[in-house]
Design a protein. Structure first.
Lengths: 150, 150
DNA sequence: TAATGCAGTTAGAATCATTCTAATTCTAAA
DNA sequence: TTTAGAATTAGAATGATTCTAACTGCATTA
């Protein structure tokens, strides 16, 4: 009996469409697509619960576990970013352009700030020789213009 | 009956010694002092549990609630810093010199990196007019030299 | 000195975010 | 059509943090 030929799980067809990003890839199931679309259509850095609420309008039976599962897959594929600004719930962000997060300490709002100039962290901080930088997360905390005006 | 004269709770005496830092102040009770000393003597950014373990060698009866309580007071007084690098436990840092955190994604180690040059976040990112910056948190993720050498 | 008030402390309960588990369903390949 | 593997689900479990209510001890006031 000949050995079974290996399947090719990466072949796109029907629902099994994949996006290759940064060397990784995800199978974009309907739920993952919805979670991604909700996040891509949000600029407020929603939490997993907020994403669940928004996806529910389209898929009323989706569970929180599935939302976390989708978010983990999308994050490890590099399609979205996980943002930790405070204790408590994590927030998610689908803005893949280079940016940093401004966090208003008064109202809690999170605003994306885009680069005005090239930023090379290696120029500003002394890291031990041999250190390899994969990514940087800059959080700027302060008071947003609306709160500062009050 | 004359109204009671207000006490002056800020008057230092005996245990009631305070440190004024950044406009805020804390009453340095023995536990707060021990928590601070443990953190000041650590360079590994311990979690609340790790701090509890270390403080216990001096104060065997201290509780986790007290450690959290002390850490919150020390943090809001600006004597220590709260560091969020990953989901899960928060980490604490008593290095008050300007610095950023390098986080090794392989071994989990956190290393303080000190500035090699002046860094002005306002120069590199477009923030809405009127935004007030209070502080910035930069986390650099990557592979430390020891892990990179393997 | 005794009474009082308040901040600090405590153990344990409660809460909240996240992860795990086991059963079920779906998809695509054989 | 069968099968294997991945996705999905509800609910349980876990883990981190916060809350609660009682207690302690210092410092002020009587």
């Amino acid at each position: 009996m000949p050995p079974p030929t290996p399947r090719n799980p990466a072949k796109p067809s029907g629902l099994d469409c994949r996006l290759a990003v940064l060397g990784s890839d995800v199978r974009l199931t309907p739920h993952r697509r919805e979670v991604f679309d909700v996040l891509a259509g949000s600029t407020d850095h929603p939490t997993a619960y907020e994403i669940l609420d928004r996806v529910k309008s389209r898929s009323p039976h989706i569970s929180l576990a599935t939302v976390y599962n989708c978010l983990d897959h999308l994050t490890s594929a590099g399609l979205i970013k996980l943002v930790h600004l405070e204790r408590g719930q994590s927030r998610y962000c689908a803005n893949l352009h280079e940016h940093v997060h401004f966090h208003c300490e008064k109202c809690g709002k999170v605003i994306d700030a885009h680069p005005a100039a090239d930023f090379d962290p290696g120029k500003f901080w002394n890291l031990p020789a041999g250190t390899k930088i994969a990514r940087t997360d800059l959080a700027i905390h302060g008071t947003c213009s609306a709160c500062a005006a009050k």
